[in-house]
Write a protein that binds this ligand. Structure first.
Ligand SMILES: [Zn+2]
Length: 229
């Protein structure tokens, strides 16, 4: 054990982990971001029921409440972390973001009545290419921080949708319609599900997921994203 710790400390000394924000070496308790950079994250003060995320999704699908952790801006710190997570194999960024987001949600009592965490399933082509679902990694951090179990396979993609990037909002919603289904509706019966994704842009994917979830009897859905674009 002592030898393991020594090896670990020595490796950290030789190859220090650098902050993803300022590239300075991280100290013992820091992970991904140093405390100074962490405090620079553009967190949204959205603990009121009529927050921006709620207004963005209002009227599209029945949900209990919605929230986002930070503003997502081009070339911002959150954009950098999520880009690393999605395209540079920096899996720890996902877990880290999920963890601090989960701490905030827990602290504000937001997740007190949530039964399960449910990540948006990734497009199978993308998952095959990337090798992992970034929302699942965010969910691991969320689950660790809140103690709420995650159901990674409760929602499945039943239709292989086309890529969303070149579509406008209506085309995206059309493309996503009926794309998801609940694997075992009785598992979710009368439960309050928190469905989450990395960034809220059009919300078409979250809307389609929520629509599928609401087919289960008595289910309630709340929605969240790490970033709000
Ligand atoms: Zn830093």
């Amino acid at each position: 054990m002592i030898l393991q710790q020594l090896t670990h400390d020595l490796l950290r000394l030789l190859y220090p982990h650098l902050c993803e924000g300022c590239r300075q070496p991280l100290t013992g308790n820091e992970d991904v971001l140093c405390l100074a950079c962490e405090s620079e994250l553009p967190e949204i003060d959205n603990w009121h029921p009529e927050n921006e995320t709620t207004l963005r999704l209002a009227g599209r699908v029945p949900f209990i409440k919605a929230t986002s952790f930070c503003y997502f801006t081009d070339d911002g710190l959150l954009q950098h972390l999520l880009h690393g997570l999605k395209y540079q194999d920096k899996k720890k960024n996902g877990r880290y973001l999920g963890h601090i987001w989960g701490q905030r949600l827990l602290h504000n009592g937001w997740v007190d009545d949530i039964d399960y965490l449910l990540p948006v399933p990734l497009h199978p082509d993308k998952e095959a290419k990337r090798g992992y679902n970034q929302s699942l990694l965010i969910g691991k951090g969320l689950s660790e921080a809140t103690g709420i179990p995650m159901l990674p396979d409760a929602l499945i993609r039943v239709r292989n949708t086309e890529s969303q990037t070149k579509k406008n909002r209506n085309e995206r919603i059309d493309n996503m319609k009926d794309a998801f289904a609940v694997k075992n509706p009785m598992q979710l019966k009368n439960k309050h599900i928190f469905i989450f994704d990395d960034v809220l842009t059009t919300g078409a994917t979250l809307e389609a997921c929520a629509t599928a979830l609401l087919q289960s009897p008595g289910v309630r859905v709340s929605i969240g994203t790490i970033g709000l674009a």
